[in-house]
Design a protein. Structure first.
Length: 99
């Protein structure tokens, strides 16, 4: 056998991302999607007990600053306008349905 044929016979190694996806898919298949909600809630409760509400406020502000730095002030204006337009459209649709 040549080196080339040996390499072709060996299965390639998984990347970390592929291995993580396989593991996540296996957990979802075994426990269902609600499992993630339950462990997320447990983790959030534990974090709140350990660090208090101020921790969540600080990470929220940190995330907001990161988004502002990345996208700029205009980003917030744009998404605010889009949200307002959607609400306006939904209200108009509801009025038409109720007539």
């Amino acid at each position: 056998m040549t080196d080339r044929s040996q390499a072709e016979e060996r299965p390639r190694e998984l990347t970390v991302r592929e291995a993580g996806k396989r593991g996540g898919d296996a957990v979802r298949a075994k426990y269902g999607p609600g499992f993630y909600e339950a462990i997320g809630r447990k983790g959030g409760t534990s974090t709140r007990e350990r660090h208090g509400p101020a921790f969540f406020e600080s990470i929220g502000q940190k995330g907001g600053r990161a988004v502002k730095d990345k996208y700029g002030q205009g980003f917030y204006e744009s998404i605010g306008h889009k949200g307002g337009q959607k609400v306006k459209r939904l209200i108009e649709e509801a009025k038409r349905i109720l007539r």
